[in-house]
Design a binder for this molecule. Structure first.
Ligand code: FRU
Length: 500
């Protein structure tokens, strides 16, 4: 009897995982980037590391593939690469939809919910008041979990921060400010950032405003983040401000400022507008909380220009690969760098390496790569002596180009002929990014999933993330250079799909 039960259990388990495997094989389905099984997703929310688990919450509409009344979806992971979707964490209520926000571990029980409670701080967006145009429809609220994020209780005293009359008043990112033993909330308030502080996550005091006259202002400011990174022995404070539209290649994008924060005021030392990512598909990117001295960023891999139209079914949107942040000085400026987290290596399978390889016109690597899936990581370096491009292609004739333009000293991704592009008129375009590094050698890392490419140039000084929708996997790979280049080192690794 026992044997039969075990057998049945195994068979049903197998059938279950088969059904799941089928489910994640739909056309255009990313194979190692997080996607919800079905329906609409946007911003990552409340990303927090707790008891050995990374939590990802996200803007989620469970009833349709287009944006609607927002919930917080939930997924967990041990490595930020393989994600398991969990039941919905937060549902809309009488105060409104659950918009973006953050989560913290309340180690000292400052809020009184319990020692080590997970506390989520989010925007309540009231659609009724929005229609009435009160200008006060967005407020900040909290919820807590005492069981590792499985179930959540909304605080009875919500909202904890009322709206003073600012129509865009949202996306609280909260962190503990140890030097003054208080919480700091970084809030997007239309065309600027407002900082608040609190002893207990429940009562908030306005500290200062930043940015009305700084940085990019081509759109509304959203989803900010504030954290220090150690650089040459001292803390540099990073203020991330997502903006929509107004990005460097149109639409949604993330800018950042570097400077100081004293618990009250942020002062920027940046002399130019800096972008986290020059591709079109890394929005609402913020960092995980409680990750010690690692700063790990993840964004929504889409753009409000076309997020509601991308041709995927039954889900919409994916997240970027998690990225580790750093700082690097170039000349008189400091820039933020981002590179894929080392955990991505768990997907490595077979591959090949080359050294001192001359490319004149075209080097076709398709036969060497033997990769039908189009999932790979390519690391290579070459000198900045001539134009070159890396071409991903398939049997259907779709092409995606990632390249370097020597005369302009720019990187680019061209998805004009990358497959399905007709769902939005601006989608099929070429995107460009400046090269900041001055070294003669250009190291490049490319992370290719079925429907996305992430370029990390110069060890993450220039980053580009673009999605695309090929008719079949990009199983062909070649490197082109009319003038000719020498690839000093090349390493190609086939990646496997992440476990779901
Ligand atoms: C950014 C954003 C946030 C808001 C959320 C709503 O993409 O507009 O400002 O909280 O999406 O879903």
């Amino acid at each position: 009897m026992k044997k039969i039960i075990i057998c049945l259990f195994l068979i049903s388990g197998l059938a279950g995982s088969r059904a799941m495997a089928q489910e994640f094989k739909e056309k255009y389905r990313p194979q190692f980037h997080f996607t919800p099984r079905a329906n609409w997703m946007n911003d990552p929310n409340g990303m927090v590391y707790h008891n050995g688990i990374y939590h990802l919450f996200y803007q989620y509409y469970p009833d349709d593939k287009i944006w609607g009344p927002m919930h917080w979806g939930h997924a967990t992971s041990r490595d930020m690469i393989s994600w398991q979707e969990k039941p919905i964490a937060l549902y809309p209520d009488s105060l409104g939809y659950i918009f973006s926000g953050s989560a913290v571990v309340d180690k000292n029980n400052t809020a009184g919910f319990g020692e080590g409670a997970l506390v989520a701080i989010f925007t309540h967006h009231d659609p009724v008041q929005e229609k009435q145009k009160t200008g006060k429809h967005e407020t900040q609220s909290i919820a807590y979990s005492l069981d590792d994020g499985n179930t959540w209780t909304k605080y009875k005293g919500n909202p904890v921060l009322k709206n003073p009359g600012i129509s865009d008043f949202r996306d609280p990112k909260v962190r503990w400010f140890e030097a003054q033993k208080k919480w700091i909330m970084t809030l997007a308030t239309k065309d600027r950032i407002t900082f608040y502080s609190s002893p207990d996550l429940k009562s908030w005091t306005r500290e200062s405003d930043f940015g009305a006259n700084e940085g990019g202002h081509g759109g509304v400011w959203e989803c900010p983040d504030l954290f220090p990174i150690k650089h040459e022995g001292k803390d540099i404070w990073v203020l991330i401000v997502n903006i929509n539209p107004g990005g460097p290649n149109k639409g949604s994008a993330g800018q950042y400022f570097l400077g100081d924060f004293d618990g009250k005021t942020f002062t920027s030392n940046s002399k130019e507008t800096k972008w986290l990512d020059y591709g079109t598909d890394n929005y609402a990117a913020v960092t995980f909380s409680n990750t010690g001295n690692r700063n790990i960023l993840m964004g929504w891999m889409s753009n409000w220009q076309y997020a509601n139209q991308v041709p995927t079914d039954p889900w919409r949107s994916a997240n970027t690969i998690a990225r580790e942040l750093g700082l690097q000085t170039v000349g008189k400026e400091i820039y933020m760098t981002s590179v894929p987290v080392k955990e991505l290596d768990i997907l490595n399978t077979t591959g090949f390496s080359l050294k001192k390889m001359k490319v004149k016109n075209q080097l076709d690597l398709t036969d060497k790569a033997k990769n039908k899936t189009g999932l790979f990581r390519l690391d290579f370096d070459t000198k900045n002596t001539a134009d070159f491009s890396i071409v991903l292609a398939n049997e259907a004739g779709n092409e995606l180009l990632v390249g370097y333009d020597k005369a302009k000293n720019q990187f680019y991704i061209d998805r004009s002929h990358s497959g399905k592009i007709d769902f939005e008129k601006g989608f099929g375009a070429k995107h460009i990014a400046p090269r900041f590094a001055t070294a003669a050698t250009i190291p490049l890392t490319l992370i290719a999933d079925l429907a996305s490419i992430e370029l990390f140039a110069d060890n993450g000084l220039t980053v580009m993330t673009d999605i695309f929708f090929p008719e079949s996997p990009m199983s062909k790979l070649s490197i082109k250079s009319v003038t000719g280049i020498t690839i000093d080192n090349l390493k190609y690794t086939i990646l496997k799909p992440s476990a779901k």
